[in-house]
Ligand binder design. Sequence first.
Ligand SMILES: Nc1ncnc2c1ncn2[C@@H]1O[C@H](COP(=O)(O)OP(=O)(O)O)[C@@H](O)[C@H]1O
Ligand SMILES: CC(=O)OP(=O)(O)O
Ligand SMILES: [Mg+2]
Length: 398
Amino acid sequence: MKVFVINSGSSSIKYQLFEMPSAKTICSGLVERIGLEESIITHKVFTDGKDEVIKKNLEINDHAEGLREVNALLSDAKIGVIKDTDEIEVVGHRVVHGGEQFAVTTVISHAVKEQIKKLFPLAPLHNPANYLGIDVAENIFTKAKQVAVFDTAFHQTMPEVAFRYAIPSDFYYTHGIRAYGFHGTSHKYVSEQAAEYLNNKSSKIITIHLGNGCSMAAIENGKCVDTSMGLGPMNGLIMGTRCGDIDQSVIFHLVTQLGYDLDQVNNVLNKKSGMVGLTGFSDMRDITAELDKGSKNAKLAYELYAYRIRKYIGMYTAVLNGLDAIVFTAGVGENDALTRRLATQHLEYLGISLDEEKNKQREKGIHEINKADSRVKILVVPTNEELEIARQCYKLLN
Ligand SMILES: Nc1ncnc2c1ncn2[C@@H]1O[C@H](COP(=O)(O)OP(=O)(O)O)[C@@H](O)[C@H]1O
Ligand SMILES: CC(=O)OP(=O)(O)O
Ligand SMILES: [Mg+2]
């Protein structure tokens, strides 16, 4: 069964085509800078023994155009991997917000789409792009079943003490205002990989997903018991452009004292805060380059970013009443040794001790970066949200 997985972001589309159940990747790719002056498609075809990479710079105005370009590459006469679009039986979509309605992987119907639309205000950077991805895919892959895998689903096992806010109860019962949590597909995938590596399914694990969006989860016996994002994907850690935890008073202060309207507040906290607010750059590679040039802002931003992670490690160790492993994953977590060093320092009391040399080595795949006598394992586990989505689609339909 050929399963095509689409992860539509606000300005990008990541995709992978899998043969299931073998989970062989047939091709994968990334469409970046959608809607900007020049967009880039990087398309990789995996054939036994010889992989091929195609890079195209062209104008792509929206997600529909992006997916049409991808479809053309899929069935290209020279480098194509399918003869006909109908060969794709399932299209799996990453959908960021599923609310309380969607705790499991779901075949997409008109009603499901309407529900995803209702959740736009709670995930304004993500759900509209996800919805558009579904719309476009329905028109291109007309024979395929469209399936949604929700970022929020894995976190639905959180107990009420973790997901409720101390605001009038009616806000929860009538309006569903609670913490939902995000990046669930990634937290699930890497925690399962880690439990397998540790050969301990009942382990206590803290997973740290550091991409453009960042979040942490406390996981016990394979189930999420707490996570750092909340009603929307804004709370918790400091991110590329999002502030994470702040005192709510800041919002009132911006409105009443500085004359911001709510759209402007939303824009500042979602798109102009976090690392970009502190340094002018949202990409950790740019911030590292600034740091190398001696930038004080970059140094402070790194320290704030890591300090927040350390605080959450402390909190989640308390929540779990113990700890077997912490797991770093996603773009920054997998690649940035400095973040990992700063985020794990001064935690000896908790039995966390990093091996600085191992931390600097660039190893592929799951690997350990703790000292031999560290009570808690520190692991780097590459995430693969697309593979996890393909697995869930296959499981649902078989
Ligand atoms: N080699 C690297 N060193 C440091 N940071 C990196 C590296 N490669 C990627 N990143 C960081 O990872 C981020 C993107 O991570 P990713 O998991 O792809 O995020 P998203 O899925 O949210 O777009 C980039 O913004 C960049 O900061
Ligand atoms: C939910 C979320 O923050 O996703 P991303 O990291 O892809 O922006
Ligand atoms: Mg991501």
